[in-house]
Structure formats: C-alpha cells, structure tokens
Design a protein around this ligand. Structure first.
Ligand code: ARG
Length: 404
C-alpha cells in the first residue's frame, strides 16, 4: 500500500481511477488544479464547480482532496512565455493543453512532497500527448517519485467506465455522456473524438462551448485596444488571468478562435482536433503585429524559426529542456521593445489589427510615404539594385538558373 497523489478532474475516467486505486488498498490524495477552464464557458462560471469536485473526491474515499487555484501561475509561467514565442503548434494550435501539463505535473510533485506520497498518478491514455508531457515534467522535477498511469496499463472504454461507475456508486455528470473528449483552461479549449474522428465530417455546432455560432454573433463589430508593456498584455488596465477570462468571453461572442486541425501527435499518430481559443487567438495576433512594428527584419526572420521550435518543444513535452529556457532568454531580450498599443476589431469570427503604435516603432513615416515629406533617397536605390543583382550577371553568363 502506498500513498498516491492523483491528478483528479472530477470527470468519469479519473473518478473510476480514484475508486480503483482505493480498492487496490492505496491511500489516495487528489489534486485538482483550477486553470480557469470554466471561466470562459458561455453562461458564466459555476463558482462552486471546484468545490464540487473536491466534495466528490472525498465522498469517493480520497484521504485528502487538494484544489489549487493555479490560474495566475499558469498565465505568468506558461502562457506569457508562450505568447512571447508566438507559440502555435504546426502554425495553428496555441497549445492550451500542452502548456498546462507541465504545471499540473509541478502541482502533483509539490502536493506529493507536502503529503509525503510515494507516487503520483494520472488518467491519461497510452495514445495521447498528455502522458508524455506529465511524465517527463514529473521526472525533470523529481527523479525519485514513481508515476503511475493505470489507464495506460488497462484502457477503459466509455461503456466499461459507465458500468464501473454504476456498480460503485460514482455519480456520472451530464458532461460524461457528451460524445467528445474535452480539455480546457484559460488559453483554450480542445475537443476531440466522437464524430470528429472522421476528417471529412464537418464540426458539429454542439462541439463548441466558448464561441458563438455564426447566427448568434453580434452584427456590429467590437473594437478594443490591447496594450503591451514589456511583452505583457492588458486591456483597460486588466491583465493576467482576469484578462484572458474577459477576452475569451468577448472574442468568443464574436466566434473568434475556432480551429480545426489534423495534428501530429508525439507518439506518431495523426489526430483531428478542434480548438476554441478566443483570447489566445486575439493576443497572439496582437503580439505578432506589435513585433512587426518594433523588431528589425533580421530579428523577425530569425525569430520565426525559433518560434516554431518553441511550439514544438512545448507540444512534445520538452518544457523542461534547457533549450526551452535558452529560447525564453532569447525572447526575453526583446521584452523592453514589446511595448505599445494594438487596436483590434472583432467581427464575425475574425479579429483584425486596425492600428499600431509604440515608442519603439522602427516604422518611419518619412521613409515609407508616397506623399508629402518623403525623405527616402530614390537615387540610392539605383546603385543598390545594380550591386544586389551582380550575381545574376555572372549566372546568366554561365547559363545557370536562368529560364531559357
Ligand atoms: N491534442 C491537444 C494536445 O495534445 C489536446 C489534448 C487534449 N487533452 C485531452 N486529454 N483531451 O495538446
């Protein structure tokens, strides 16, 4: 018999898991992290949702049930560095689930130390990315702690889980009968499985919970100004977790941030995933636009490759790799200049940047203008192009690379 800290969501799978571990004779302490998953739900946050998860764990027999409000930590330690890296996996997915797993792992480790547990456990299956992310992060933080993944050893089908729940008096919430697998936090919501497994099947409207359907979006646009101060966004002085919750609701009401992606999982399988990431979509767009105003051409070109690599590290479960910290330092070197305002218009499913200003803008109207006050030396371009094109003279002479 050992003491195990279980990452517990309150859902069907982890409830079955909790009961199983208890029946095997272990002492189980549950750990539930509040990462703001219900903050963006249309219809407002059920304030006592986390309290209910805790009560459920205790009712099922957990020795202790820890609930941790980790929203602010999630934003400052995971979301903001990812924003600085414009992190989108395969150019598209803002990494909501991927960024949360190393934090959940850290909370498991911290709880295990606090209650002197020998092991931590999670309910990930053997097919997903999350098992990789959690286990690599736990290992990076504590090499002595055992990690258990019981649902990888004996996978649990939905009907089996339902039958087990009925047999052991585990309450089954309405969401358990939903045909999708959902994961959500302040940075986005992911929806997979069920009918979505057919990549030809259009996403059904019932898969979405944070973004309004086309017919329910406001006919008039909303306009907001996102202010960045050393890379940290705010709107009307609201920042952090509160900002994300607010932007999810506002941008979600305009249907912004719906993503439909065939993605490449770490374990080598392609899967079809839907995401709703209203706040992330908006802030990534704003951040990239501001970067284009204040960073040099070379910085932007180089950073694009680095950003792609950053997203891959986060996705692949390598959050604790030294390369990731090195890239954080690289991104941090631009922080001072990531200061300014981005005006945005939100309307009918898209967010558009409509204005930019920054004390660090490299944009110079006197050089850019085609109108009055042009200070660009047009004659200089003549010599520039002649030198710049010199290699082509020689290549043409040799007949290389020229269309004949
Ligand atoms: N495919 C996404 C990712 O790997 C989402 C995973 C969501 N996790 C879940 N247990 N439903 O980041």
């Amino acid at each position: 018999m050992s003491t195990i800290v279980l990452a517990y969501s309150g859902g069907l799978d982890t409830s079955v898991l909790l009961k199983r571990l208890l029946l095997e004779g272990h002492e189980v302490v549950t750990m539930t992290a509040d990462l703001g998953e219900s903050d963006a739900q249309i219809g407002a946050r059920a304030a006592d949702e986390i309290a209910q998860v805790r009560a459920k764990a205790l009712a099922l027999g957990a020795r202790q049930a820890h609930t941790i409000d980790a929203r602010q930590r999630f934003v400052s330690e995971y979301v903001l560095p990812a924003l600085a890296a414009n992190a989108r996996y395969e150019g598209v997915y803002p990494l909501s689930a991927a960024l949360s797993r190393p934090l959940i792992a850290a909370l498991l480790v911290e709880t295990a130390r606090a209650v002197k547990a020998d092991a931590v456990a999670h309910g990930c299956t053997g097919k997903g990315n999350d098992q990789v992310r959690i286990e690599l992060a736990v290992r990076a933080l504590d090499t002595t702690l055992e990690v258990r993944a019981p649902l990888r050893q004996s996978p649990l089908s939905r009907p089996d889980a339902m039958a087990y729940a009925a047999e052991h008096g585990i309450p089954v919430s309405q969401s358990s009968s939903k045909p999708y697998s959902i994961d959500a936090n302040l940075w986005g919501r992911s929806i997979e499985a069920g009918v979505l497994e057919d990549p030809w099947a259009a996403p059904p409207e019932d898969a979405f919970a944070w973004t309004a359907a086309p017919q329910n979006r406001p006919t008039l646009p909303s306009e907001i100004v996102v202010h960045f101060e050393r890379g940290v966004p705010s709107v009307e002085a609201i920042s952090g977790a509160a900002l994300l919750a607010q932007l999810n609701v506002l941008a979600g009401s305009h249907g912004i941030g719906r993503i439909d992606l065939i993605e490449d999982r770490v374990i080598g399988v392609k899967s079809r995933e839907l995401y709703e990431a209203p706040a992330a979509t908006l802030l990534l767009l704003a951040h990239e636009a501001l970067e284009r105003l204040v960073l040099t051409r070379d910085e932007l070109r180089f950073k694009a490759g680095v950003d792609r690599r950053y997203a891959e590290l986060a996705y692949d479960g390598l959050w604790h790799s030294p390369l990731r910290s090195a890239l954080d330092a690289f991104n941090g070197s631009f922080a001072t200049r990531i200061t300014g305002d981005v005006a945005m218009r939100l309307h009918q499913g898209s967010a558009t940047v409509i204005g930019l200003r920054s004390p660090f803008a490299l944009y110079d109207e006197h050089l850019a203008t085609y109108g009055e006050g042009d200070r660009f030396d047009h004659h200089a371009a003549d010599g520039f192009i002649r030198c710049y094109g010199l290699p082509f003279d020689r290549l043409a002479h040799l007949g290389i690379g020229t269309a004949q």
